[in-house]
Structure formats: structure tokens, C-alpha cells
Design a binder for this molecule. Sequence first.
Ligand code: EPU
Length: 426
Amino acid sequence: MSSEPERCIRVHHAEPLEGEVLVPGAKNSVLKLMAASLLAEGTFEITNVPGIADVGIMAELLRAIGVTVTETPDYGVVTIVNGGDLTPVAPLELVDRIRASINVLGPLLTRCGEVTIAMPGGDDFGSRPIDMHIAGLEAMGAQFEFDGGTVIARAERLHGAEITFDFPSVGATENIVTAAVLADGITIIHNAAREPEIIDLCEYLNEMGARVGGAGTSTLRIEGVERGSLHGCEHETVPDRIQAATYIAACAVTGGRLDLLNAQSKHMEMVLSRLGDMGMEIDQLPYGMRVAAPERLRSADVATLPYPGIATDYKPLIITMLTVADGVGVVTENLYPGRFAYVEELQRLGADIKTDGHHALIRGVDHLVGTSVVAHDIRAGAAMVVAGLAAEGTTTITGVHHIDRGYDDLVGRLRNVGAEIERVGC
Ligand code: EPU
């Protein structure tokens, strides 16, 4: 894994990509599994861990709290030993680097009765409050104190509650579920998030000895258990649907044909159906999926929604595909109003895109033209790489540290299927 911020990615116009790509485990699952390991004493072995920078940051955060974390050199397997002697303080220098650090809140509060945590960082796309996390935990008996950028939460023992979210927040669902595992009594969450990564977390908790029901539906029921009945476990991380979609997008803009090993089409139904409308042929394989692109993509309209809708994280990839598709497509963002920063970069490559509030109107052009662009966040960075494959000439991408946060060897994987792409100094 490489994460030197001074590196750039240089990508040349690509011939159709062909071959096999092994889709790694999901960032947005593994980080939460790691945080949930704070709940119980014991040894946890998590496999199918992606080689990404965020895993290293979460490992540092957990070490600061008092658990032992060891990774195989390219990650792959992360072993966590929780000896029970925890310091429930999440320091700003680590918390500020990844949004998922907020996931230590629920486990630490329920386990230690108190937690001090700096407000989380992560991607910079608009305001990302945690009011739903706080309201849910307050309903379970927690008390919060705010001191500048620091949140202090206290609860001698949380109790079960019936909580209805205004919106199926991924992070709030995760924090309430993990907190409820050791609470007194039963917690019900209505309008819970339903993502495959939430299911993965609930399975992990149950393997640990928790009693979580309803995973994958919008109502979760968690029966609190005693501390001593939780234990370590082994778990394989769910494959990453967003990384899978990134390789589909790369295939789509180059007119290629790829086998995506481990990709789970059942986790991507809506987005695959829309990609089908755009002309992609997608077949399920026993060990993943096969995708084949038409000579030219057709435009389509797309709106992001919570799962099972089309995830906001696919959007920069979809917009990039639409820049070279035949026709006009409208993409509507329903989760993060500010998440269009990369549009300017695509325009620099010659894309015809107009934005208006939550909407982007993309008129497909014959081809993009390579130049220097910036990766503003993880998914926007991946979209720049895909755009570079489609663009005539050479595209140079800076801000590569964002891509390294969430992509396990994107450059190597694309090179293996025929892309001319490399990491260079810049
Ligand atoms: N929201 C609130 N209040 C809350 C919680 C959320 O207003 O208490 C708002 C957020 O501000 C945002 C929306 O609700 O506008 C969605 O937030 P959600 O809690 O569902 O998302 P998250 O847990 O912060 C995770 C992923 C994101 C992904 C979103 C949506 C992780 C670490 N992050 O964020 O992934 O975009 O769900 O699916 O799991 C990425 O991987 O690049 C990434 C940004």
C-alpha cells in the first residue's frame, strides 16, 4: 500500500480494458468492524481487509484507546486483541482524519460509561452533523457535554429505547446498534440504514455474542446482553460495492470487458439496472460478475438515495460515464448537497456539465482531453482516474492521498487489465 501525498497518478487514454479484477473488502465495513471490536475482550481476526490508508488510521485510533492491532503487510488480515483496559478518549489528530472514527462513540460509551471524542473529519463535502447519533444515544440515557470541538458522553448504563430516525443514516444506525448491544433491555431502530455494510456489522456483532435482528431491513431489534457474554470472533469483510463500480466505470468508458471477482451483484441491483439502461451488459458469475461495455454508452437520468437506492458514492463515477455517453443525462444528489466539486475538474477535461443546486446536467461529448486535475475526495479521485482512461492523451491527477484512503492498489489493478497508468512524483 502506498500513501505518499506527494505522488501523482498519470493515466493515458486506454484501449478497451480486458481481464480479471479481484474486488477487495469494503472500507465502509471494515472500519466499523474494527471499531466494534472495542465492545468485547478477546481476539478478533478480520479477513478480506483492503490495503487502504483509512485502515491504518483506524488501527492507530484503536491503539490509542488501548487495544493491540496487527496487520499483515498488505493488510489482508487485521488482528485485534482487546484486553479490556481501554482509555475512552479519541484524540483529535486521529479523529480528524476519518469520518468513521465517530464509530468508536457507541462501543466506548456502552462499554466504558464515558467517552471523550473530537468532532469527526473525513471528506470535505458540506456539513456532516452527528445530531441523529446524539439524539439516539440520549434516548438510551446518555448525557452529552460539548466543549469546543470535543464531545463528552456519559451513561452509567445505557437502556433500551425505541428510536425512529428522520433519515436512514449509516453512521447513526451503526452507533446506536453497537451501543444497544450492551444496553439494558431492548432497542428498536425504525428507519434504520439497510446497506450491505450494516448487515456485515450486525453479523459481526452476532458472531461476537450480541443479539441483533432485522439486519438488511429498516427495523432493527437489539436485545442487550451482559458484558461477559461477548467474545472475540473471526469475520470476512463484505466485498466493496463502490470499488466494484469503479472497475465497471473504467470498463464502460473504454469499451472493455472485465470479470470482477468477488463482486456481489445482489448488493448493487439498482445501480446495475441503471448501467444496463446505459448499454452495459452485466452477467452474474458464480464467483462475481462479468461486465461488457457497448461501443458507446447511452445517457440516463440518475438520482442518489439511501440503500437500496443508488448510493451517493457512485455518483462521481456515473457522471464521468455520462460525460462521454450519447445524449443528455440529469443526475440528482439527495444526500450531500455540496458534493459536486469534481465537476469543475471534469470540465477541465472537456466535459459539458451544468450544475444547478442538487442537479447536474451532463451532455455527452465525443471525447475528453487529458490535462492536470485534482482528486478532491476518495470517490471523486477515482472518477478522475476513470475520466483519464477515457480522455485523449495524458491526464495527471494530484491529491492522490484521497484515493489511497479508500482504494486498494487502484493503479496496479487497472494496469493488470491493460491500462497505461502509473504513480509518478509531482
Ligand atoms: N446526517 C445528519 N445527521 C446525522 C447523520 C447524518 O444530518 O446525525 C446527514 C449527513 O450530513 C449526510 C447524510 O445524512 O448529509 C448521510 O449521512 P450518513 O450518516 O448516512 O453517512 P455517513 O455514515 O456519514 C457513510 C459513508 C459515506 C457515504 C454515506 C452515505 C462511511 C465511513 N462513510 O457516511 O462514504 O457517502 O454513508 O452512503 O461509512 C466514502 O466512502 O467515500 C463515503 C463518503
